[in-house]
Design a protein around this ligand. Structure first.
Ligand SMILES: Cc1cc2nc3c(=O)[nH]c(=O)nc-3n(C[C@H](O)[C@H](O)[C@H](O)COP(=O)(O)OP(=O)(O)OC[C@H]3O[C@@H](n4cnc5c(N)ncnc54)[C@H](O)[C@@H]3O)c2cc1C
Length: 415
């Protein structure tokens, strides 16, 4: 197959040389390595371990680790552009890669924008170096289990998973659901709430972000995994029973996650690149298929029918709208965004997640019956794309909820 064109043309979107190079690296890797294997993880609902070995060899596990620490040094936008290219070829790999990469992006480029006193920053830099070293040297993979089935992952309540300070570290107790990479990550980057003697109420201000080794005594993976889509994410439940972790397990100093969530809200937009890639994949498939050019299918052309042309035109318009809004939102990411920028970030998240599913549905209808056979990627794209709107904290519903409220009320106003 011909090499795919970039989702975001470097000249048209005025990408930096680094952004263009990283997106190209991800695209070439995705097309050559991820695409041929994607059907297998989906069919088996198995974790793409081979992909992770190859991503380590390619440097992609360290994409957001600063260059001076030995990584590829991608900032937020460079990462998003590369991640969209990965999502084009294997949704499950791109989504789990996002969980892993956030453990480096959030502790790296993002924390540089946050306030810490000098001693705290020095301790943070020393700790994250340990964790970067494991990734670059050993190919260690990190998961990001936040969800607990309640309002905590929606960002409106404290995490019920707790960490109690003990000499030398913390003791963690709790349960996470939908933990992508469960049983396959080397470390679980767990969000939990620090508890103190005599304080009963849990507070979001006391959120800790701890890297728990997979083989720490008291860690268990539970439950079945047989979902509609994103099957290769293996998002089973994790249980922590009196798990001891050392103080150096802290991926962020106490209080910093709370500061990040308030001051750097685009950190929660990082689930969207995968789905931006899936939206592009649904469109790409449709064009190739209607031209009679999809490998392994008979060279039957279907492009001459006006109804199919109109459907492709509508898909193209939706894709352009999705790409441009999303590009603007990832361009604006940074500390202390304006209200307008936050509204746009929610709108971009909602648009990508809903439009990826809509584009995939339209692709199935337009291409026709033979196109939805499991020997072709479209039906997998359709199922994977369906998952985007469900992902907390910015589900499609919560984006609508917040946009509506924030658009109508200024700070301090009530009725
Ligand atoms: C393929 C896949 C992979 C995932 N991987 C991970 C992962 O690696 N790590 C991780 O942490 N999570 C992951 N998730 C979980 C995801 O982010 C959600 O937490 C999960 O889908 C929530 O399921 P639920 O049925 O509890 O959702 P819901 O019931 O929709 O939401 C849970 C809670 O959020 C609050 N809430 C939801 N909607 C609203 C609303 N409109 N208004 C107010 N409050 C609301 C409510 O308190 C509700 O009980 C993954 C999900 C999928 C589909």
């Amino acid at each position: 197959m011909q090499p795919d064109a970039p989702i975001f043309d470097p000249e048209a979107f005025r990408l930096t040389a680094q952004e263009a190079a990283l997106a190209a690296r991800a695209r070439e890797f995705g097309q050559a390595v991820l695409a041929p294997r994607a059907a297998r993880w989906d069919r088996e609902a198995s974790f793409p371990t081979e992909n992770y070995r190859d991503m380590h060899a390619n440097g992609l596990l360290g994409i957001c680790i600063p260059e001076e620490e030995g990584g590829l040094g991608a900032g937020y936008r460079a990462y998003c552009l590369a991640a969209a290219e990965m999502g084009r070829y294997c949704g499950a790999t791109a989504l789990t890669w996002n969980m892993h990469v956030c453990s480096t992006l959030w502790t790296g480029a993002l924390t540089e924008d946050l306030e810490m006193d000098a001693a705290t920053r020095a301790a943070h830099r020393r700790r994250r170096r340990l964790h970067y070293g494991r990734i670059l040297r050993d190919g260690a993979v990190y998961a990001q289990p936040f969800s607990e089935g309640g309002a905590a992952a929606a960002g409106t309540a404290a995490f019920g998973t707790t960490a109690r300070r003990v000499p030398g570290g913390y003791v963690v107790n709790g349960k996470k659901i939908f933990a992508s990479l469960a049983g396959h990550a080397d470390f679980y980057g767990v969000l939990c709430t620090e508890t103190r003697e005599g304080e009963e109420r849990l507070s979001r201000r006391d959120t800790l972000y701890l890297a728990i080794p997979r083989d720490a005594p008291g860690v268990a993976v539970e439950g079945e995994w047989d979902p509609l889509g994103m099957r290769g994410t293996v998002s089973r439940n994790l249980v922590f029973r009196d798990v001891f972790v050392e103080e150096d397990a802290a991926l962020m100093p106490p209080g910093l996650y709370f500061q990040a969530a308030g001051r750097w809200p685009h950190m929660f937009l990082t689930l969207s690149p995968t789905y931006m890639g899936l939206a592009q994949a649904a469109y790409d498939f449709t064009v190739r298929y209607l031209r009679g050019e999809w490998p392994g299918t008979p060279p039957v052309k279907r492009r001459m029918y006006p109804t199919k042309q109109i459907a492709v035109a509508e898909m193209r318009i939706m894709l352009e709208q999705t790409r441009t809004l999303w590009f603007q939102a990832i361009t604006e990411a940074g500390p202390d965004p304006t209200k307008e920028q936050v509204l746009r970030a929610w709108a971009a998240q909602h648009t990508v997640m809903e439009n990826a599913a809509a584009l995939a549905a339209k692709a199935v209808r337009t291409c026709g019956g033979q196109a939805m056979l499991k020997s072709l990627p479209l039906e997998r794209i359709y199922r994977d794309a369906r998952c985007g709107s469900l992902m907390l904290p910015w589900t499609a519903e919560l984006c609508l909820d917040r946009i509506g409220r924030e658009a109508l009320y200024e700070k301090g106003e009530t009725d």
